[in-house]
Design a binder for this molecule. Structure first.
Ligand SMILES: N[C@@H](CCC(=O)N[C@@H](CS)C(=O)NCC(=O)O)C(=O)O
Length: 213
């Protein structure tokens, strides 16, 4: 039972994006219908009108509501969608812990793991030195080590229940190998990835068909 029902109209997104995947996954698991609109960031569409008028920060994901309001930043979108659902605790300290892990994801995890993956998948659009790539991978492994330590004695990130903290961290962790970061040494992280993958209504990152159901 939820106290607010977001009236979602469209998700502006790019299929390759883990940040977009977080929102696709949460919308699907919460049973919220949405229209999926692809924005080709590799062709520069995120940095031109009309998209730039919707999000002056020039980035997907962007969620648009029926009343015309928009919300950017994947983790802010997750927090809003999950309010009063099983994906977010109603306990103040657990809510703060959820934010703790989502800020960790944005500052200590995504800038390394997602960027290394993006560079490796689209080298033609990126300019980086081998040393810079090594440093991204090193930062990514450091983030995985923090997660490993936390998960050694826990099933999920917060309150022993699957939440938006897990969704935020799963998005790029499960494809870390695509950036040349080998996650196999992180045993607790591996077990957690399996638990996240086995949640009801889980969808893979590259699901092109059936979005919005
Ligand atoms: N902090 C933002 C990051 C969003 C972001 O970096 N989006 C990328 C795709 S993963 C993007 O739209 N890039 C296109 C561009 O920079 O023009 C979030 O979590 O939503």
């Amino acid at each position: 039972v939820r106290s607010h029902t977001p009236q979602v109209r469209r998700l502006y997104d790019f299929l390759d994006s883990g940040n977009g995947y977080k929102v696709r996954l949460a919308l699907t698991q919460l049973g919220i219908p949405f229209e999926w609109v692809g924005v080709d960031m590799l062709a520069g569409e995120t940095r031109r009108a009309p998209f730039l008028d919707k999000n002056p920060n020039g980035r997907i994901p962007l969620l648009e509501f029926s009343d015309g309001r928009t919300l950017a930043e994947s983790n802010a979108i997750l927090f809003y969608l999950a309010e009063a659902t099983r994906l977010l605790s109603d306990q103040p300290f657990e809510r703060a812990q959820t934010l703790q892990w989502m800020f960790f994801e944005q500052y200590s995890h995504e800038p390394y793991i997602a960027v290394a993956r993006h560079w490796c998948r689209h080298p033609e659009f990126c300019s980086y030195t081998p040393l810079e790539l090594d440093r991204k991978r090193e930062g990514g492994r450091a983030a995985l080590a923090v997660m490993e330590r936390h998960l050694a004695e826990r099933s999920f990130f917060v309150g022993e229940r699957y939440s938006i903290a897990d969704i935020a961290l799963y998005a790029y962790t499960h494809v870390a190998d695509e950036g040349g970061i080998d996650p196999s040494a992180f045993r607790a992280v591996q077990g957690w990835l399996d638990r996240v993958r086995s949640q009801p209504d889980h969808i893979p990152i590259d699901l092109a068909a059936g979005l919005g159901g």
